[in-house]
Design a protein around this ligand. Structure first.
Ligand SMILES: Cc1cc2nc3c(=O)[nH]c(=O)nc-3n(C[C@H](O)[C@H](O)[C@H](O)COP(=O)(O)OP(=O)(O)OC[C@H]3O[C@@H](n4cnc5c(N)ncnc54)[C@H](O)[C@@H]3O)c2cc1C
Length: 871
């Protein structure tokens, strides 16, 4: 039920098409854009002027930390040329002047109510209107309500005992007095060393008689190297302004940047140092966050960069104890917003500056005259709080937003924000958030993200109007799937490991969820565009022209799988099935050479063993021995490649990974290939190899006892068939079978074949090509080719079967798991959500495969544990 005061209309009781909350850059561009569509728009702003962030944050040293060349509107080419930034990183006054310039240029102020805080917005379902109530007791009705209320606009209250007792001057960096502050001769405390603290501390230190900095968490900061924009940095923009802006839109973080393919964990120290130093010299955050391709994925790679930043800090700060306190060690670089500074670390060499580490010396209380620690009383004339914001959700849930059926957004978001694309929330019709949680927002150049959101919302309203519809909201299924996707993106990075404001960790009681979308500005834009192009996918729309619900999910692939597929599509590679077997093998070798090598193991040894056909010569194998003390249980592994392609080289990273994680010795065997050796050569070689390995365990340095078998794709077919053959032909016993996306049947008419016939690397035509090379149609139903068709599936070794959602072979893997279980075998089935036939083998590239590979390794480990227990 809508609040009566809000619903009945107040003094003005005006009705508009759109109410926009906030007159920062988001609100300004919204107003301009929506006005252009002929909509009646009213912007409500708590401050007495435009600018948002740059209106409120007037502390000394306040600047942007994305180069101003990039942190600027691009929607109007004439605006771009009408304004010139004076510095690489403009100051707050200059950015505020820019916001004012924009407001004047487009005559925006006439539609903005200043000094007006929105307190409530209630959806009136009967009237299809939002009823808005403000601090001025005005009320307003609008068909659409858009929160442009800022990601970092609600300061976090300091939770320090006695804060209200202090009789001296108190300042918040985010609510700085407009007339400025003169600290000359004063004893000043600054609490907080996030970006605002790091920017303001050097300037406050220059004025104050004494400055004491209270630090809870040291941050990584790099010198901004501010000054006029370097000609080399300006050149690409000046050469092709439109192209430069387009590149920003299609970049990962909203600033044109060519991401590296170099992995820190596999690069040499000299290259590591060279890349770090080059990034450091740019004085920009994006290069320092992208020194290596795997920097935000793996702790060891991240540690290289973090360690080098710490070296820089130690080189500047003269007192070693202070230097150590300033060195961040509790989080990976980039998992909290890193800072840019001008002389921050040098400030701690000044005689009037000292650092207090709150981790070891917490504040006992703030008193009338200063700050008490357990062992020291300090007197201050002024305290500056640089304690950050209730980020991303604070300003939205501060408003009493009530949607359909009286549900408030605060209730809905009690365990963390739930949005579709960070733009909308189910149950809240005609309600949008600009740079809301679930969108790239604070992980990007926000000007690019703001423009993208405003453009998307206005296009959405245009479509709605064109279709004769008046209300829009996401479906619960689409929204839930977006949250899954957004969480998938975060889960493959190191971000969730830090107690950051990205995680809501700085606000007591705030749910710990990763708030922004970390998949990148480029991937995000593509998802939003897909939603529009695919007929407003995941959106329920209604109005005079009827009801249209296009329920569906825009992203189901794991994010890194999607990236790999996009990359492959962009490369426009020839298909294997368009080549001869020989050419396809050479091409596969070429692809294998370009990937990360996979983790180190204790030892690898190449050797040969006799195959099933003495006449065709020995089979190559590669042995992987764990670094741990042996002897280790032994696994015989068969590579993938459709019985035609592949070798121990092609599956080398996967074998390394399995060896390392499982603690098993892996013997990866090259069985004979078709078409030179057709069915049942591969299957027969499988049995021969397992017999030979089982008989030579001591020679190989393996533990006595039964071996396990494992394989991927056609190799998993060989492994499954081998288990059946050895069961029927006198052994040896097998401890277990690990089958990754196995070929178990020749039926190519399953739903998974139909749904995933194209687009996921292993295509239906390629599988047809494999079958044609391997076996005559008459042989394909034989259990040595289609193990699912064995007369009996009883008494087989315990199995772990992994199937992937977007794999033509998914259904036959599922069927084999079910059939094995029905026949009384122990079976673990791992359905890998969002994965393809090939993605789980992409060690160090598809990080989302790690949990599945960990389960696979645990299954191997488990096979041998069960054998040991049984013995
Ligand atoms: C110190 C600082 C430096 C930053 N530097 C960068 C940078 O270099 N690069 C970058 O990309 N981003 C930076 N940001 C992020 C910055 O917030 C965005 O770049 C951008 O300015 C956000 O614009 P906005 O209009 O979305 O929100 P804001 O600028 O925050 O504006 C929101 C407005 O909404 C108003 N408001 C909120 N709630 C209500 C309500 N209930 N009723 C009425 N009005 C309301 C607020 O008063 C505010 O004016 C920085 C942020 C801070 C705090």
């Amino acid at each position: 039920m809508a609040d009566s005061r809000a619903a009945e209309g107040g003094a003005q009781g005006a009705e508009v098409d759109v109410v926009v909350v906030g007159a920062g850059f988001s609100g300004l561009y919204l107003l301009h854009k929506l006005r252009g569509l002929g909509l009646r728009v009213r912007v409500l702003e708590a401050a007495d002027d435009v600018g948002g962030t740059w209106y409120w944050n007037r502390y000394p040293g306040a600047r942007c930390d994305i180069p101003t060349t990039d942190y600027t509107f691009s929607f109007d080419p004439d605006l771009e040329t009408a304004w010139t930034w004076s510095e690489k990183y403009a100051t707050q006054p200059e950015i505020l002047r820019y916001a004012q310039f924009v407001a004047e240029r487009y005559d925006l102020r006439r539609d903005i109510d200043f000094n007006t805080r929105v307190e409530a917005a209630h959806w009136d379902a009967a009237a299809n209107q939002w009823r808005i109530r403000t601090s001025t007791d005005a009320s307003l009705s609008a068909r659409f309500c858009i929160m442009a209320s800022g990601c970092l606009s609600v300061p976090k209250a300091p939770e320090i005992t006695g804060a209200s007792r202090f009789q001296g001057d108190v300042y918040f960096t985010s609510r700085w007095p407009h007339q400025g502050v003169d600290f000359t001769g004063q004893r000043v405390a600054v609490i907080g060393t996030g970006s605002s603290g790091i920017q303001s501390i050097p300037l406050i230190a220059e004025q104050a008689a004494q400055l004491t900095v209270f630090q809870r968490t040291p941050n990584y900061s790099i010198p901004a190297g501010n000054g006029p924009v370097a000609p080399a940095r300006r050149a690409p923009l000046e050469a092709d302004r439109a192209g430069y802006r387009q590149a920003a839109k299609l970049s990962r973080a909203g600033v044109p940047n060519e991401p590296t393919q170099i992995y820190g964990r596999y690069s040499q120290p000299a290259l590591q140092a060279e890349r770090f130093e080059a990034a450091w010299q740019t004085g920009e955050l994006i290069p320092i966050l992208g020194v290596f391709a795997d920097q935000i994925l793996f702790p060891d790679s991240n540690a290289i960069v973090a360690g080098k930043v710490r070296e820089k800090i130690r080189a500047v700060v003269q007192d070693p104890e202070t230097a150590e306190l300033l060195c961040p060690k509790d989080h990976h670089i980039g998992t909290k917003r890193p800072c840019l500074d001008t002389g921050y670390y040098q400030t701690f060499n000044r005689p009037n500056v000292r650092l207090v580490d709150l981790r070891t010396r917490p504040i006992a209380s703030i008193t009338e005259t200063g700050i008490d620690l357990a062992d020291e009383t300090m007197a201050f004339d002024a305290i500056v709080y640089a304690t950050g914001f209730d980020a991303m959700t604070g300003a939205i849930v501060a408003v009493d937003i009530t949607g359909r059926d009286g549900i408030t957004l605060k209730q809905k978001w009690a365990a963390g924000p739930i949005t579709y694309l960070g733009l909308m929330s189910a149950g809240f019709p005609n309600f949008f958030t600009i740079t809301g949680p679930g969108s790239p927002s604070v992980l990007s150049n926000m000007m690019v993200s703001i423009e993208q959101h405003v453009d998307w919302v206005s296009d959405c309203l245009v479509r709605l109007r064109a279709d004769g519809l008046t209300t829009i909201e996401p479906t619960p299924a689409a929204e839930a799937a977006w949250m899954v996707h957004s969480n998938d993106c975060a889960a493959i990075t190191l971000f969730p490991s830090a107690d950051s404001w990205y995680m809501g960790a700085n606000v007591p009681g705030k749910p710990r969820v990763f708030l922004p979308y970390v998949g990148g500005v480029d991937a995000y834009r593509k998802a939003c565009d897909d939603v529009a192009v695919r007929g407003d996918l995941g959106l329920h729309r209604s109005g005079p022209a009827g009801e249209r619900c296009n329920d569906g999910v825009v992203r189901q692939l794991q994010p890194d799988v999607g990236m790999v597929l996009d990359m492959l599509a962009a490369m426009n590679l020839p298909t294997f099935n368009s080549m001869s077997a020989e050419a396809a093998r050479a091409f596969m070798d070429q692809l294998s050479a370009a990937r990360p090598p996979g983790p180190a193991v204790g030892e690898t040894l190449d050797g040969t063993l006799p195959g099933a056909s003495p006449g065709s010569g020995p089979l190559n194998y590669r042995l992987y021995r764990p670094a741990t003390p042996g002897p280790h249980p032994v696994v015989v592994y068969f590579h993938g490649g459709g019985w035609v392609l592949g070798s121990h080289d092609s599956d080398d990273p996967l074998c390394r990974d399995l060896c390392r994680r499982s603690g098993c010795l892996i013997v990866s065997v090259d069985y004979r290939h078709a078409p030179e050796a057709r069915f049942p050569a591969a299957a027969d070689d499988g049995s021969a190899a397992v017999r030979w390995v089982s008989a030579h365990l001591a020679d190989l340095g393996g533990a006595p006892g039964p071996v396990a078998v494992a394989g991927w794709s056609a190799g998993a077919n060989v492994a499954a068939v081998t288990c059946q053959q050895l069961r029927d032909n006198g052994g040896p016993a097998i401890a277990g079978q690990l089958l990754l996306t196995p070929v178990t049947d020749c039926d190519m008419a399953t739903p998974s074949y139909q749904d995933n016939a194209e687009g996921y690397v292993l295509t239906a035509p390629l599988m047809q090509w494999f079958w044609d090379h391997y076996a005559d149609p008459a042989d394909r139903a034989h259990p040595k080719a289609s193990p699912l068709r064995a007369a009996s599936l009883a008494n087989l070794p315990p199995a772990c079967i992994v199937t992937c959602q977007f794999d033509p072979l998914r259904d036959e893997g599922v069927a084999y798991a079910k059939a094995l279980a029905a026949a009384g075998n122990r079976v673990q089935h791992i359905p890998a959500r969002g994965h393809t036939h090939t993605s789980l083998t992409m060690v160090d590239v598809v990080v989302s495969g790690e949990p599945v590979r960990a389960e696979m390794a645990a299954a191997l480990h488990g096979f041998f544990q069960r054998v040991a227990v049984a013995a």
